[in-house]
Design a protein around this ligand. Structure first.
Ligand SMILES: [Fe+2]
Length: 232
């Protein structure tokens, strides 16, 4: 399985996941570009789905369905650890609530399409109010191997590293992370995230010290998660 990223709007990122002949479109805001890419490679886009139901992620659905005749798979009906077949391969689906209750992440081999749950350098806002669910989602996504690649729903790399510097000013990895940043192909590994992303580093002593400085609770891992989310 391959993953191709398509930027649209100011900072949104959508994806085609494809095998030899079949493709799935996820958050198809760049519908024309996705169809052109698929046509050039002889790929049939058979399914259109979304990482979650926020408008900026679903706005391309109708156009993509019209252009391709694909089947629409509502993200709200995909249960945890189901899969979508792409030819004879499987795109795994994980329910990762927190940003919204209907957030999904997708696993294509070693690539994770994480929507607005986990970004390169930060995490989404907890619009659902379900901090425990968000905690479990981040724990799940960060449980995959360090070489896993994170393909997110927006490019917030520069802003997130500017923020990371404010609470983790001595972190020596931020410059290297920005050095690898390519706005034309926004990706990082989970290992990179554990070096720079404050929202997956809530157990790191430097982050715990920052929370304590702000008088935030740090006794349990869940408290540290809630506290790091308070720091923003
Ligand atoms: Fe969103």
């Amino acid at each position: 399985m391959e993953v191709r990223q398509f930027g649209y709007a100011s900072d949104n990122l959508g994806y085609l996941v494809y095998g030899n002949r079949h493709a799935v479109a996820i958050d198809p805001g760049a519908a024309d570009e996705m169809v052109a890419f698929a046509d050039a490679r002889g790929l049939a886009i058979g399914i259109v789905t979304n990482t979650h139901s926020h408008y900026d992620h679903v706005q391309g659905n109708r156009k993509m369905l019209r252009l391709t005749g694909a089947r629409f798979q509502d993200c709200r009906t995909l249960r945890e650890r189901e899969f979508i077949e792409i030819g004879d391969e499987r795109l795994l689906v994980f329910h990762t609530p927190g940003h919204m209750d209907d957030c999904l992440s997708f696993k294509a081999d070693h690539r994770l399409i994480t929507g607005d749950t986990l970004f390169n350098g930060t995490v989404g806002n907890c619009f659902s109010g379900d901090m425990e669910g968000f905690f479990r989602s981040i724990k799940l996504l960060t449980s995959f191997p360090g070489e896993s690649q994170i393909y997110a729903g927006h490019d917030y790399v520069r802003q997130s590293m500017a923020f990371a510097r404010t609470i983790d000013p001595d972190n020596p990895h931020i410059d290297a992370y920005l050095g690898k940043y390519d706005p034309g192909h926004v990706v990082s590994t989970l290992a990179d995230e554990f070096k720079v992303n404050p929202y997956v580093r809530f157990n790191h002593p430097d982050l715990v010290a920052a929370m304590e400085k702000h008088g935030l609770p740090v006794a349990t891992e869940y408290e540290r998660w809630c506290s790091v989310m308070e720091l923003y």
